[in-house]
Ligand binder design. Sequence first.
Ligand code: PRP
Length: 182
Amino acid sequence: MNKDILKVLVDEKQLDEMTTRLAKEIDNDYFDNSEHVILLAILKGSVVFMGDLMKKLQTPVEIEFMKVSSYGATTKTTGNINIHLDLQRKNIEECDIIIVEDIIDSGRTLSYLVNYLLNKGARSVKTCTLLDKPSRREVEFNPDYSGMKIPDEFVVGYGLDYDEKYRTLPYVGILRPEVYNS
Ligand code: PRP
């Protein structure tokens, strides 16, 4: 195990089971019901989850990416969310979008994005998160598909970072506090 990890919170087997379950839930809802399903990954944290989830889907989907942040340098500022890479689609009114996230914290990113994409004209917008920290909510938000609720711990790995590090770990682990307190 990486020396900076205090404890593994979600191991590789659990992640595999979780992505299998979520793919089945999505297939149940979309397989016979939509012609244009878009899996929309929010960079960067969701890339590992997205890669595993999409391989397990039976539903034919297309993939797209957006990059957003609540702060930092912006190319286009909209409300309290900065859009660094936007979704560009000509046929958005035909698209059923599933936003794929690694984690929900305050809920601001996803609640903003759902409205943003509906306003852009999407046929429907649902959300799928690997992890959810309900205790950190600042706005009311419930995902349509959720891997696991977790306590308010600093987690990294499987796409999640601290200072851009640890994204490549194959599990979700709790970071040792001395790493971010030093
Ligand atoms: C994280 C996560 C979500 C957002 C959730 O992204 O991937 O996009 O924060 O937080 P919220 O519920 O409080 O809005 P982050 O800004 O860390 O960027 P990254 O995915 O590139 O690591």
